[in-house]
Ligand binder design. Sequence first.
Ligand code: CP3
Length: 353
Amino acid sequence: MTGQAAGKTEQSSQKPAHKPFLAALSGKTQERPPFWFMRQAGRYLPEYRKIRAEAGGFLDLCFSPDLAAEVTLQPLRRFDMDAAILFSDILIVPYALGQSVAFEEGRGPVLEPLEISALEAKNLHEAAKPVYRTIRAIRKQLAAEKALIGFAGAPWTVATYMVEGGSSREFKTIREMAYKKPQRLDRLIALLTEATTEYLLRQIDAGAEAIQIFDSWAGILPQPLFEKYVIAPTAEIVSVLQRRYPDVPVIGFPKGAGLLYQNYIAETGVTAVSLDHTLPSEWAARHLQKLCPVQGCLDPMALLAGGDVMLDEAKRLLDIFSGGAFVFNLGHGIHKETPPENVAVLSAFLKGE
Ligand code: CP3
């Protein structure tokens, strides 16, 4: 740890601190919506690149609790967001189950060929221990009015990386598998559903105050497969988390789901949804925000562009969503070429400065 902890304030009384981010997720409409940004820690920040270089590889950074806690807090020091998100990755789960994962410069993640029968659920917690330690380290340093978000990839999205061996343009192998070898895919999804549930429960045990489930590739499936591989596994995870931790909100992010956001909200039981930037905002405010709190959905390219186009777009979204429970965010992660100055300008605007 260097410098001042992210705005840490001593809690002098027993009264729990007010956390605007958690208030929004509990359904409260606030005059100034709380905000954070997906991928708020990362390569667009020079202080991240410095620590990343010291750590060696990306996975080394994810598995070094003190360094991972430090990069989690870096964006809050600069921009004073209302929530911190655990610094880790959705591919920690396949790694912890025994499928090797490497992050290659300029190539993204590369996973070894999948052998479902070789995956070992019993290795999960031992391998993921540094992640739970990171959560404890962050909570010790986090200011009282900020909330800590834990996360995992949804089974479907994580399965795409495991089956395709990395990022993919068309997802041909897994989409073909869904029709030709459904039992094989069902088995993988069932295994991931159980492991992800266990992993998230441990994150909450360690101090995560809200959970986000990233389903980045939810939008590539037709409705019957969306019901089977996106909604059903997510519903199962949410029901176990809510039984054990009824007060911990779960945000679902079925990116690209379009009209199926409605089914997703009704059938998974998530507390809130994160909207992607391709969803028509007024439709979302009318049809989704009455069902649950929403989060989103500035186009990350508007943030990269900065200036008046960015602020005009942010104002448009605030006008549309501020009448209900709302967390301001992006429609997907921050692009690595984004000037930090743009994030500073947007953050100041959102704080009313
Ligand atoms: O939001 C945050 O600040 C928390 C950390 C976080 C990371 N990845 C760090 C990361 C979170 C929440 C994720 C989620 C994640 N990871 C998703 C879901 C969200 C999305 O973007 O759709 C997905 C699909 C992944 C898988 C992944 N991880 C890919 C495809 C890549 C390579 C692409 C890239 O941007 O280089 C990663 C690597 C990764 N995860 C980086 C970071 C900061 C860059 C690694 C580096 O420092 O070199």
